[in-house]
Design a protein around this ligand. Structure first.
Ligand code: ATP
Length: 253
């Protein structure tokens, strides 16, 4: 699809992201409900000033430590992340030594194939094209997993995730790192590490943190995790959003 808005447009990045998601619907990768989820994220991002706050950086540091400690980390990919951050997630997967796996709420074999084709076009294989296992006890299609990936992963990175699966993954003993712009949503409330930021900023930031911490060694990574407090991160994010709302001129509301 041709996109005529010039880079100098003040809403350029936001408009490009919208068009990517719109393209995703046209390509059969994103569902129309993915558009709605994107819109909800945009509203929170607007209130956050569309920048990564210190609470997001702190959560990325903890997430980097968790990924470096993990024996089998997996990055979960859905229709929105496939369109918005495929290349960033491929790069993060390589840096973190993590596998990529498709996990979608509105399941269809052809959607999985199309997501896989997109990743292949960027030179990466992805798991979950034909799921061969289930997370027992979870009823939605999100229970379908790949026996080589999510099934026995010890650390899972999720974004735009539904709260049920997050709760399930945590109960199953996995460490869950969530990227979500809404600190009040069940996913970031349930995950052990919640990066309240836009996926387009958060994943490159997380990768940079892994590179920064890699040389420090396991004892340093474990110390970061031991002192990390996700509740205070969520409180700081909620406060930033409330402040963002108060800072808006009345005619913007
Ligand atoms: P839950 O079941 O966890 O309460 P939900 O119903 O609040 O989830 P969903 O619609 O399942 O939310 O998922 C969308 C979530 O992803 C929202 O919290 C939204 O703010 C967030 N989101 C949307 N776009 C982005 C983005 N680009 N980066 C990060 N988060 C995003």
């Amino acid at each position: 699809m041709t996109f005529a808005v010039p880079p100098s447009h003040p809403r350029y990045h936001s408009l490009v992201a919208r068009h990517r998601i719109e393209d995703g619907v046209r390509l059969g990768i994103t569902t129309p409900t993915g558009l709605v989820a994107h819109g909800r994220g945009e509203a929170f991002d607007y209130l956050l000033g569309e920048r990564s706050h210190p609470f997001a950086v702190q959560a990325c540091t903890a997430a980097a430590a968790a990924l470096l400690c993990a024996a089998k980390p997996v990055l979960s990919i859905n229709g929105n992340t496939a369109m918005l951050v495929a290349e960033e997630m491929i790069s993060l997967g390589r840096t973190a030594g993590a596998l990529l796996e498709i996990n979608i709420f509105h399941d269809a074999p052809e959607r999985r194939q199309k997501i896989a084709e997109r990743f292949r076009s960027f030179g990466s294989e992805i798991l979950g094209v034909v799921p061969d296992a289930r997370l027992e006890g979870l009823s939605s299609d999100r229970a379908k997993v790949d026996s080589r990936g999510m099934l026995d992963a010890d650390c899972v990175v999720v974004a735009l995730e539904d709260g049920d699966r997050t709760e399930f993954l945590v109960r199953a003993g996995k460490q869950v790192i969530a990227v979500d712009l809404n600190p009040l949503s069940r996913t970031p409330q349930t995950a052990q590490i919640s990066i309240i930021d836009n996926v387009q900023r958060a994943f490159p930031l997380l990768e940079k943190e892994i590179d920064r911490l890699r040389g420090q060694g396991r004892a340093a990574w474990e110390a970061i995790l031991a002192s990390y407090d996700n509740r205070s991160i969520l409180r700081a994010a909620e406060e930033a959003i409330r402040n963002g709302l108060q800072a808006l001129p009345e005619d913007a509301l």
